[in-house]
Ligand binder design. Sequence first.
Ligand code: GSH
Length: 214
Amino acid sequence: MTGMVLYGYFRSSAAWRVRIAMNLKQLKPELDIRHLQKNEQRAEDYLELNPEGLVPALKLENGPVLSQSLAIVEYLDETYPDPPLLPQDALPRARVRSLALAVACDIHPLNNLRVLLYLEHELGVSNGQRSDWYTHWVHEGFRSAETTAAAHDGPFVFGESVTFADACLIPQIYNARRFAVPLDDFPRLVAVHAHCRGLPAFQAAAPESQPDAG
Ligand SMILES: N[C@@H](CCC(=O)N[C@@H](CS)C(=O)NCC(=O)O)C(=O)O
């Protein structure tokens, strides 16, 4: 154990990004489960730690709490640099961040639980419309990610080394499959997903490997 506490939920793709990074760096946090279907991410005790009311959050050994998965992963990469999850040079670093942000900022927020619930309960959209919405935003984002990934050879999005981009992409592809989004137009992303899902750090981070999976 590291003395760190990771607040998450087995199906949270944002928490999954952090689990991947922590596994790659062999960091073993204590897990504190916030059941999203029971709205536990908005319980008073959690809001005191993370007023955003979203998972993940990471409580550090000495007490401070970090929110936002990419900020957490960057923090971990800076404080536990082995293995590095960003390339050394500024240009490839920016490119990796760019793809990670495209997933985390341009796809994921549009398909997050609270957005889907708002569409359904406040705007009264049908299941079919909700599913069209989900597919539309995944396809929009994956088109450019596929072009980027196809420009590299190797098992990971950016070639031979695992990066932030893989930690963001793999959960997003899993979610797309869960919501029956067709992925035929994204063969390179699907191949990277298949490779990463076979790696121990990714397997151990997957929803089905979590204690709250059920
Ligand atoms: N940008 C945030 C997103 C966090 C987020 O949206 N988490 C989702 C789970 S993947 C959540 O807590 N959803 C609860 C809700 O929508 O009420 C991050 O990267 O950490």
